[in-house]
Each structure stands twice: as structure tokens, then as C-alpha cells.
Design a protein around this ligand. Sequence first.
Ligand code: UDP
Length: 349
Amino acid sequence: MATYLVCGGAGYIGSHMCKRLHEAGHEVVVCDDLSTGHAGALLWGKHEFGSIEDANFLRTLFSKYAFDGVLHFAALSLVAESMRHPQRYYQHNVAATLNLLGVMREFEVKKFVFSSTAAVFGEPQSRLIAEDHPTAPMNPYGLSKLMVEQILRDSCRAYGIRAVSLRYFNAAGADPSGLIGEAHDPETHLIPKLVRKAAGEDIVVAINGTDYATEDGTCVRDYVHVNDLADAHLRALEHLDYAVGMHTFNLGSGRGYSVREVVDAVREVSGEPIDIPTTSRRPGDPSHLVASGKHAKAVLGWAPRYTAMGAIIETALNWHSSATFRAWMAEKEAVATAGARADQHSAQG
Ligand code: UDP
């Protein structure tokens, strides 16, 4: 049994990780300021409220617990937002991660698992993207993650930390228990938007661009179930028990789905003939991102268990139709409304 700090453990992938770590018998400490995460997701381990931007908060945390390693999910992750607010992305995704790594060094915590992304690659030069594919991010989000990968590589060499960077392709789905899932406000991701529409929500969703150089003209992505991602993290932690240095893995299934194929799959699984119009391209989107999962399979013994798009969508539909999902969203809205009222009062006062 080990004790792990999960930064961003109240968020979508982080909360699934907490559940997985708990099931594997580990102690979990979540550090989350609930800026985007949900209090309702804090079901496993202890919660320490605070931000990785705050080095003193981190020092207090590292003094209180003897961590065997850190899993870092606390990041901004929206391509379009990163195009509009690049400094926000570099501040939170790069500068705050440096803070965290600095405090890890002070406390001699050596194991680090980092949430990276397929957005580090940019427009692909081959059908399947392997780890050594050239990196040329098309947006500040991808570049912020690539910068941290470089910082990790240098830090492993200079300070003897051991790190794994996991480049997620498209995380999707929810834990079948119905206890946790994706709950963003506003939601920008394709599958949750479609599924919420199919579940009857009044949500605007259109196909972003139909003129890409792909078979049906829409973007192709490699969707991976969130529990498969959590499983890869657990294997990465085990790998770091004996592997030194920095290791990078692409986490995908090797099978791409176009936006139109995903729309059709949601129609099929939900039984709802949802009407999805088309619109122009979303800036910063590469046409095609599909992983070669060979390296993760060979080294970590990892491969996704959810191999059918329909099975992934089913778990998402189950979650987004649930009372728990609606309760989380209502709570977030109440907090936002209370915050806006307090701002108004202080502006008037
Ligand atoms: N997408 C879309 N309509 C939407 C949301 C997303 O057509 O309402 C497209 C998006 O442009 C991309 C793909 O779906 O080509 C996956 O986008 P998502 O935001 O889910 O994940 P990302 O690839 O940005 O990580």
C-alpha cells in the first residue's frame, strides 16, 4: 500500500483515478480547489482544499502526509479556450506545475505521473501516432503540456525524479457505478454534448467543420474510456517502482472515429434521432488524431478494455441521465450564483 497525492482529484479523470487507487488498496489524498471539480466526486480518500498555484499550501500538505508519489490532473484542458486565453494556460498548466515539482523536490518525493495530451502532436504525419512522432502543437493547451514534458525530462536527469507522461487521446465515458462522471459547465466536448442532447437537455451542438481531409470530412479522434485511462495510471505507478528517468506513453485504442460516426453511434445507443447541424471549423483542431497503442501495450501491458464506441457511449448516457449528474450541475450553478451576488455586493459597497 502506498500514499498518493492526486492533484485535481475532484475532476473528471482525477476522480476515476481516486476510485481506482482506492480499489487497489492505496491511500488517496486529493488536492483540489473545486474551481472546476465537484465536491460530490470526493468519495475516496481525504480532501485538502487548495490550489497548486499556492506553494505554501503545497508545503503544508507535503508536511502533513508522506507521499509515495504524485498524480497530476489539475489543469485547464480546452483547446478553444487556450486560443483565447493563452497566458491563463501557461500560468496554470506550466507555472503551477513548476510550483508542484519544486515542492516535491523540497520534500524528496520522486514519483510523478503527468496528464499529457495528444494535442502535443499537432497535424499528424502518419495514420497512427507513436511516441516518437514529431511534436508541433497547434494550440497553447498542447504547447503547455509539451513544455511540462520537457521540464520533466530535464528534472528527471538533474534531480533523479521518475516521471511518466501519459498522452491521452480523447477521454470519454463514465464509471458504470453511476457515482462519478464528466460534468463540465459549459460543456465543450463532443460525446458529453451529444449524450446530454440525447437525454433531452437544451444544449447547442453542431459538427465543427466538414471540409477536413478525412473520409467523411469531419475530424477523426481516438476515444478512450476514462476507466481505461485510470488503469494506465496505475500501471505507470507500478512501472516507476523500478524504472528511472522519464517515460512517455500515448494512450489510445488505435481506432479513430469521425465526428459523424460518433453522432451516429449516439443516435443508435440512445434511440434518439438527434438533429445535429454543421458549422465551421473550430480553430486549433487537427484533422486526425489516432494513437498507436503499441508502446503502452509492450511496456505497461496496457490496452483499452472498452473497445466499442457504443459501450463507451452507454456509460456516458447512463451518467448524463442520472440524478447525481443533475445534482452536481445544480450545486455548481448555485455556487456560481452566490459568487456573482457577493461580487455585486462588494462592487456596490
Ligand atoms: N466537436 C464538434 N462539435 C462539438 C464539440 C466537438 O464537432 O460541439 C468536434 C471537435 O471539433 C473535435 C472533436 O469533436 O474535432 C472532438 O472534440 P472534443 O472537444 O470532444 O475533444 P478534443 O479533441 O478537443 O480534445
